[in-house]
Design a binder for this molecule. Structure first.
Ligand code: F6P
Length: 412
């Protein structure tokens, strides 16, 4: 009889996903599961993020099960549960987590998440010695992955997180399609885009959209900057061939309120999650109404919202997650825990290969703003360097402009 010599036979690896979903999480789960299985691990899925390790636990077996990695969202479900004490929940749930890791005999934990989920995992590794490996995930693309982008010989610190390429495709298509209604009514549409405190995703809406103008959270809209912005908007509208603009704005833009004299983001609700984050939303309505009132141009607000997070995993993300999962194998073999695989440089689809990856400390990697090289604050426009960054992960949306013009009829 053939002998099985699998390195991790008898060991169990468990995967969880926490925080906001992305279209690339199932692909990440499948890729990690497949590689861990080949190494001999039994692979479990923990449902609903850290919540699945509380109480009696909520754990499923992924070993030898069919899995659809193209399907968006996360089949393991997600939550924003924090095992550590927080303002919202002052009691530590770490003892429950440890108890369940023991009960289910979990040897290694892979946490798919952003700064919150991976930060909590890193704390468990540091304080309790739990072997953890992080896996990046966010449509906001704001984790400090230290992915270098070589643009015309200059090295720019970029970010590349699974989930962003798929969200970028959806948002760019959304912006490209919405311009037909903006054209029909000669309107300005203010297109609000998720991304929390970073403008990475907002830039994708200028790709194939009806304007180059955009607002991002990295640059505050003080009273003076607002006035300057309105002047630029008016000029761009007057010069636009079809008298219409689609202007993407980040949900996290800090905007000067004429009535209160305060500069703040617009909040969707006063609630905060267990990591202390409030929910943003509604800035597009504020800006659209100010444009209508101050410039006398018809303006409307449209929120792209959860559309960015929805739908299936796009090709770039599929290969990106598989490449990063290859690096997870390397980390498992070396028993290097507390680390997260990342791409070391920005590469096109075909060069997404394990030799272009590296591993970084998975703790405290959040909130990497857009690099200054990517946005021109005087023009309110993304730069050619940003466009080049985006071209690596995205093809231009396929919607062309209406090509025909008609001769004007003179009566008589
Ligand atoms: O962090 C991802 C994200 O989609 C942000 O862009 C957005 O602000 C937030 O999550 C929305 O969170 P929720 O799913 O809790 O509404």
């Amino acid at each position: 009889m053939k002998q099985e010599h699998k390195l991790f036979k008898g060991k169990t690896l468990a995967i969880l996903s926490g925080g906001g979903d992305t279209p690339a999480i199932n692909s990440s789960i499948e890729a990690v599961r497949n590689r861990a299985s080949i190494l001999g691990f039994k692979v479990y899925g923990i449902r609903k993020g850290w919540k699945g390790l509380l109480g009696d636990g909520d754990v499923v077996n992924l070993t030898d099960q069919p899995y659809d990695g193209w399907y968006g969202g996360t089949a393991l479900r997600s939550s924003r549960t924090n095992p550590f004490p927080s303002k919202k929940n002052p009691e530590s749930r770490v003892p429950q987590v440890l108890r369940n890791l023991e009960r289910y005999k979990i040897d290694v934990l892979v946490t798919i998440g952003g700064d919150d989920t991976n930060g909590a995992a890193k704390r468990l590794y540091e304080t309790e010695g739990i072997p953890v490996i992080g896996f990046p995930k966010t449509i906001d693309n704001d984790l400090r992955t230290r992915t270098m982008h070589n643009y015309n010989g200059k090295e720019i610190e970029a970010v590349l997180c699974p989930g962003f390429p798929s969200a970028a495709k959806s948002v760019s298509e959304f912006a490209a399609t919405i311009k037909t209604t903006a054209e029909s009514h000669s309107r300005i549409i203010i297109l609000e885009v998720m991304g929390r405190d970073a403008g990475w995703l907002t830039g994708t809406a200028t790709f194939g959209g009806a304007s180059e103008l955009a607002l991002i959270p990295e640059f505050e809209m003080t009273r003076e900057r607002k006035d300057f912005f309105f002047e630029i908007v008016k000029e761009a509208y007057m010069n636009s061939p079809k008298k219409c603009l689609v202007i993407p704005v980040s949900e996290g833009v800090r905007w000067y309120d004429d009535k209160t004299g305060k500069l703040d983001v617009v909040y969707a609700s006063s609630e905060v999650d267990e990591y202390g984050h409030p929910r943003f939303g509604g800035i597009s309505g504020v800006i659209a109404s100010e444009i209508s009132n101050k410039l006398g141009i018809e303006a409307r607000a449209q929120i792209t919202g959860y559309h960015a997070r929805s739908g299936y995993c796009r090709h770039y993300d599929r290969r990106l997650t598989q490449t990063l999962a290859d690096k997870v194998v390397d980390l498992l073999l070396r028993e290097e825990y507390g680390m997260m695989p990342v791409m070391s440089k920005m590469v096109p689809f075909i060069e997404l290969e394990e030799f272009n990856t590296s591993a970084i400390d998975m703790g405290k990697v959040g909130n990497k703003p857009l690099s200054e090289d990517y946005f021109d604050i005087n023009k309110f426009q993304f730069t050619d360097a940003y466009k080049n960054f985006l071209e690596l992960v995205l093809e231009k949306p396929e919607f062309s402009d209406f090509k025909y013009d008609f001769p004007v009829v003179i009566p008589g």
